[in-house]
Write a protein that binds this ligand. Structure first.
Ligand code: PRP
Length: 191
């Protein structure tokens, strides 16, 4: 076991896009806005879009808890990337909701929106479930999303169109545990 020195992933990261402190501050800011917007609602269903959003969802849920917003957690998985660094364009449902969301106020929690393909597909899918409302929060937004994604109610950071990992985001299943969001060195995914 290594000590608290430099981590195995550090040499794979070109630069940091959002530090743990910046992410924590932004999450608190988003939670404050969400708490204000949902103050008259009995319960908010957070739909975590697996796998990437698991870290952000956990932190957001606790920030909402601190502000007295009662939340329920649901998980969906719709994958468009597979093992690749760019979207395949094909969305597959790998895990559905476990509960009926009819009449519920739903907040879809994403880690990143890029082409918007995954989110468009998910929102269309949720449309048929008779929720009272469906809104979206994403920690990260890439430039393509501004042109093509469905409306995003809450956005953490606008980031450049580079391949980022960390804070839940992976490349081939790696880097999800990295505590910050960083640009992956291109040679890692082009070799
Ligand atoms: C990522 C991310 C979004 C989607 C965004 O998921 O979590 O769901 O891609 O890209 P888009 O806007 O171009 O559709 P991914 O398919 O990589 O799965 P993962 O969360 O399991 O890593």
């Amino acid at each position: 076991m290594g000590g608290a020195g430099s981590s195995w992933y550090e040499s794979d990261i070109e630069r940091i896009v959002a530090t743990p402190e910046q992410i924590a501050d932004k999450t608190a800011e988003l939670a404050a806005q969400i708490a204000e917007d949902y103050r008259s609602v009995d319960e908010l269903v957070l739909v975590c879009v697996l796998t990437g959003a698991f870290v952000f969802t956990a932190d957001l849920a606790r920030e909402l808890g601190r502000r007295g917003v009662p939340v329920q957690l649901e998980f969906m998985q719709a994958s468009s990337y597979g093992q690749a660094a760019t979207s395949s364009g094909v969305v597959r449902l790998r895990k559905d909701l476990d509960r009926d969301i009819s009449g519920a106020h739903v907040l879809v929690v994403e880690d990143i929106v890029d082409t918007g393909l995954t989110l468009s597909w998910l929102l269309k899918y949720l449309e048929g479930r008779s929720a009272a409302s469906v809104e979206v929060v994403t920690l990260l937004r890439k430039p393509a999303a501004i042109r093509s994604a469905p409306p995003l109610t809450y956005v953490g950071f606008d980031i450049p169109s580079e391949f980022v990992v960390g804070y839940g985001l992976d490349y081939a299943g790696k880097y999800r545990e990295v505590p910050y969001v960083g640009v992956l060195k291109p040679q890692i995914y082009s070799r």
